[in-house]
Design a protein around this ligand. Structure first.
Ligand SMILES: Cc1ncc(COP(=O)(O)O)c(C=O)c1O
Length: 401
């Protein structure tokens, strides 16, 4: 499938994609390459959930999470803004017709040339978190709108960010707010990110409380603040947890920003795309491991996608991977390993998973593969990157036009 074809959207009429019949129709067991099936309907439903719980909080989708163009287009049609971290991410979003005022340049560290590029494209809003970057912005883009990112970490996360970004709220933030004032820069707000895949819900309340003190200080010294950016970290596969986070966030905003004029925005990534992708990989080789007494102990399966492909996120995140087989439900199950195709020993998708006896050509499906997978994959060892096939339920067609 060439890349243009891969961006075609297949419209379907059922409640959801019928995985088995798609596998048959696409003849996946005869193909050399694994594929990802992306149901854009899922992203639209996530957007509806977002709007239900956060009617006042505009999401700026973090495109680093999944930058495939149909995903960006659907997010744009739904009215999202975009969190970009580089020149190329900005270009990608502008290319699909997004106005620059819907972009936040949310990488606090930027090269001089990237700042100049943002300026040339009228991307005005960006985050900073230390004095060097403030001076750099002042020198190369003094008319930009700066948002100060402070550190406020969740105690438990899949992927921490505070060790890399965010000024210390107690030690440095006030000085940096004063610095932007003394340079006469337009500081418009504050931001934080509790960490991606946040598992400590109260982290948001702590951060909002800190944010309100800094916001009040900024206002006090006559900065024209109007934005609080609550970052990302929202779970992709647990809508109950998301609802609980939303309740905590909304209560904290009501408490700490009562009577304060503020536009609250967020930079969710994983939340929107995690469940939209299902990976389908093929077993192309196997090996049986026997115990000393010769009894079959476990089976190792080698499939045509791995940690240098769709499963890249498992290298640095403790992500729960689920493998679905297509054998009879009543088949006997055996201890199994699933390896990716490269010659690297770390290319392991799952160990200690219970599977029936699979043969060459059998397929496995892995749901929830939409976040931090596609943009990170590479063709290490000469294995092609899996393509994505996009789907949309017919009653949601209006969302893309
Ligand atoms: C600045 C920034 N914003 C937003 C995100 C998206 O976070 P998440 O996918 O957890 O919502 C990230 C993730 O790394 C980030 O670095």
């Amino acid at each position: 499938m060439c890349s243009k074809e891969s961006e075609k959207i297949i419209i379907y009429n059922r409640e959801k994609i019928d995985l088995k019949s798609e596998i048959k129709r696409l003849k996946l067991s005869e193909q050399d390459d694994a594929v990802n099936l992306c149901d854009l309907t899922n992203i639209i439903k996530k957007f509806e959930i977002w709007e239900k719980h956060f009617p006042q909080i505009k999401p700026y989708y973090a495109i680093k999470c999944n930058d495939e163009s149909p995903v960006l287009k659907i997010m744009s049609s739904l009215g999202a803004g975009f969190d970009c971290a580089s020149k190329n991410e900005i270009e990608k979003v502008l290319k699909i017709g997004v106005h620059p005022n819907r972009i936040i340049y949310a990488n606090p560290m930027k090269s001089k040339s990237f700042i100049k590029h943002a300026k040339s494209k009228n991307v005005t809003d960006s985050t900073v978190d230390n004095e060097f970057e403030i001076y750099k912005m002042f020198k190369h883009y003094p008319t930009s709108n700066v948002i100060l990112r402070f550190r406020s970490d969740a105690k438990k996360v899949l992927s921490p960010l505070g060790n890399k970004f965010g000024c210390d709220a107690n030690e440095n933030a006030a000085a940096l707010i004063l610095l932007t004032k003394s340079l006469n820069m337009n500081m418009i707000g504050l931001s934080f990110h509790v960490g991606s895949g946040c598992l400590e819900l109260e982290a948001y309340e702590r951060a909002i409380s800190t944010g309100s003190s800094l916001y009040k200080f900024g206002k006090f010294i006559d900065h024209n603040l109007k934005v609080l950016d609550i970052g990302g970290g929202f779970p992709g596969d647990d809508d109950v947890m998301f609802a609980n986070i939303a309740e905590i966030v909304n209560k904290a905003l009501a408490k700490y920003f009562a009577g304060i004029d503020v536009d609250v925005i967020a930079e969710p990534g994983r939340f929107f795309v995690h469940t939209a992708y299902t990976n389908v990989s093929k077993v192309y080789a196997k090996r049986e491991i026997r115990a000393d007494d010769g009894k079959h102990e476990k089976t190792m399966y080698y499939v045509n996608d791995g940690v240098f492909g769709t499963f890249s996120c498992t290298l640095y995140e403790d992500l729960l991977i689920e493998a679905i087989h297509f054998k009879d439900e009543k088949s006997e199950l055996f201890d199994s390993f699933i390896w990716g195709p490269t010659c690297d020993g770390c290319d392991k998708i799952l160990e200690s998973v219970r599977l029936p006896n699979l043969e060459e050509g059998d397929l496995l499906a892995f749901p929830n593969m939409g976040a931090y997978t596609v943009p990170i994959m590479n063709d290490f060892n000469g294995f092609d990157r899996p393509k994505t096939i996009f789907y949309l339920r017919s009653d949601y067609i209006h969302c893309i036009y």
